[in-house]
Design a protein around this ligand. Structure first.
Ligand SMILES: [Zn+2]
Length: 92
């Protein structure tokens, strides 16, 4: 995690809340895959106009080519309200 440490220490005033980090475990090989969402850039406005959603496909570094499709929903304040994963499981 030295990369993240460096990133945050170089800009101490940048609010970390602009990023949402999560971890999923591949259902096939059990690999732990980390993902990160930029709440300022990556989210799309939902049809109802008052919430946001994102779809992301993750792949591990191992030899398994299982894709983990992640779908998340955020409210107007960009707080997570719903999440689901296909091909993997969220790790808290
Ligand atoms: Zn896998």
């Amino acid at each position: 995690m030295s990369f993240l440490k460096k990133l945050f220490s170089s800009s101490p005033n940048a609010p970390q809340s602009h990023f949402y980090s999560f971890t999923v475990k591949c259902n096939r090989c059990g690999e732990i895959i980390e993902g990160r969402i930029n709440l300022s850039n990556d989210l799309s406005l939902d049809d109802d106009g008052s919430s946001y959603f994102i779809r992301k496909t993750l792949m591990g570094n191992g030899k398994c080519f299982q894709r983990v499709e992640v779908e998340m929903k955020f409210d107007a304040s960009k707080r997570l309200i719903e999440k689901q994963a296909q091909g993997g499981t969220f790790v808290e």
